[in-house]
Design a protein around this ligand. Structure first.
Ligand SMILES: Nc1ncnc2c1ncn2[C@@H]1O[C@H](COP(=O)(O)OP(=O)(O)O)[C@@H](O)[C@H]1O
Ligand SMILES: [Mg+2]
Length: 250
C-alpha cells in the first residue's frame, strides 16, 4: 500500500538563519544513513537554493573519483538519491503532493523563503503537517523568529480544521561562548507563550558551510551523501534527527 508521507516545512521570518543548510543536512542524514526516504521541494530561486546545491554536488561527483565511489557504494546498498523539486511558495504543497503520489516517502520537506509576506507562504504553512523553525541565537533573529512562531500559532488557534499540527522551534548557530542565561530566559518566555522548542540545539560550526570540493577532503553540507560519521559527532544533527523521529512518530 502507498505510504502517506509527512509534509514538513522549514520556515522562519528571516533569511540567513540556516534553514536550507539544516534542511539538506538533515534530509541527507535521514535518507542516506537512517533508512528514511525523503524528498525536498525548494522554494528559493536564488543562488543559495538547494536545487543549485544539488547541481554543484553532481558536478563535483563527476569530477572526483572518490565521491563517485562513495555514491556507487550507496547505490549498491539500495539507497536512492532523493529528489529536489523547485516550486513557487504558492505551489509548494501541490508539488509536494505530486511527488508523494509518485513514490513512497516518509517525509516531504519544503524549504520556504524567509518571509511570510511572500504570496503563498502562509497558505503552504497551513497545509503541511509540521513547521520547523530554526532560531539563531542572536537577539535580532530571536525576536523575528518569536514573532513568526507566535503569529503562526495565533492563526492555528483561529483555524481548527487545517492539516498543520505543530510548529517546532530549535536553536541553531549556538556559539560556544553564547550567554546561556539570555537563551534560558528567552526559552522560558517562549514556553510561557505555548511555543514548542526542541531539546536539540545546533552549534555554530564552520563544517555546516563545507560542500563537496576538489580542494579539501572534508564536507558536510551535501545532497548526495550523508554527513560523514566523523563530522557528525558534535554537530547536533544526529540528536536533532532522533528527536524529530520521535516527535513526528516515524
Ligand atoms: N550551524 C551552523 N553553523 C555555522 N554556520 C551555519 C550553520 N548553519 C548555517 N550556517 C551558514 O549560514 C549561512 C546561511 O545559511 P542558509 O542555510 O543559506 O540560511 P537560510 O536558508 O535560512 O537563508 C550559510 O553561509 C551557512 O553555511
Ligand atoms: Mg535558504
Amino acid at each position: 500500500m502507498k505510504k502517506n508521507p509527512l509534509f514538513v516545512a522549514v520556515s522562519n521570518q528571516k533569511g540567513g538563519v540556516g534553514k536550507s543548510t539544516m534542511l539538506v543536512t538533515l534530509a541527507s542524514l535521514l535518507n542516506y544513513s537512517m533508512d528514511k526516504s525523503v524528498a525536498i521541494v525548494d522554494c528559493d530561486s536564488t543562488q543559495r537554493s538547494l536545487f543549485n546545491l544539488r547541481e554543484r554536488d553532481m558536478e563535483m561527483v563527476e569530477k572526483n573519483k572518490k565521491y563517485m565511489v562513495l555514491l556507487e557504494e550507496q547505490r549498491l546498498r539500495g539507497c536512492r538519491i532523493y529528489p529536489i523539486r523547485q516550486a513557487k511558495p504558492e505551489n509548494a504543497r501541490q508539488v509536494a503532493g505530486e511527488l508523494a503520489a509518485k513514490a513512497d516517502f516518509d517525509i516531504v520537506f519544503i524549504d520556504l523563503p524567509g518571509s511570510m509576506d511572500i504570496s503563498g507562504v502562509l497558505q503552504t504553512i497551513f497545509n503541511v503537517d509540521y513547521v520547523l523553525t530554526p532560531i539563531a541565537a542572536d537577539n535580532f533573529v530571536m525576536d523575528s523568529s518569536f514573532v513568526f512562531a507566535k503569529s503562526v500559532m495565533k492563526f492555528l488557534e483561529n483555524r481548527k480544521n487545517i492539516p498543520l499540527k505543530d510548529v517546532f522551534l530549535f536553536w541553531t548557530k549556538v556559539k560556544k561562548r553564547s550567554n546561556t542565561e539570555v537563551l534560558d530566559n528567552y526559552m522560558a518566555l517562549m514556553k510561557k507563550q505555548g511555543l514548542k522548542i526542541l531539546d536539540s540545539a545546533i552549534p555554530d560550526l564552520c563544517r555546516y558551510d563545507k560542500e563537496l570540493s576538489s580542494r579539501t577532503r572534508t564536507y558536510f553540507r551535501c545532497s548526495l551523501l550523508p554527513p560523514p560519521a566523523g563530522q557528525l559527532k558534535g554537530s547536533g544533527l544526529q540528536e536533532l534527527a532522533n528527536e524529530l523521529i520521535v516527535k513526528f512518530n516515524l
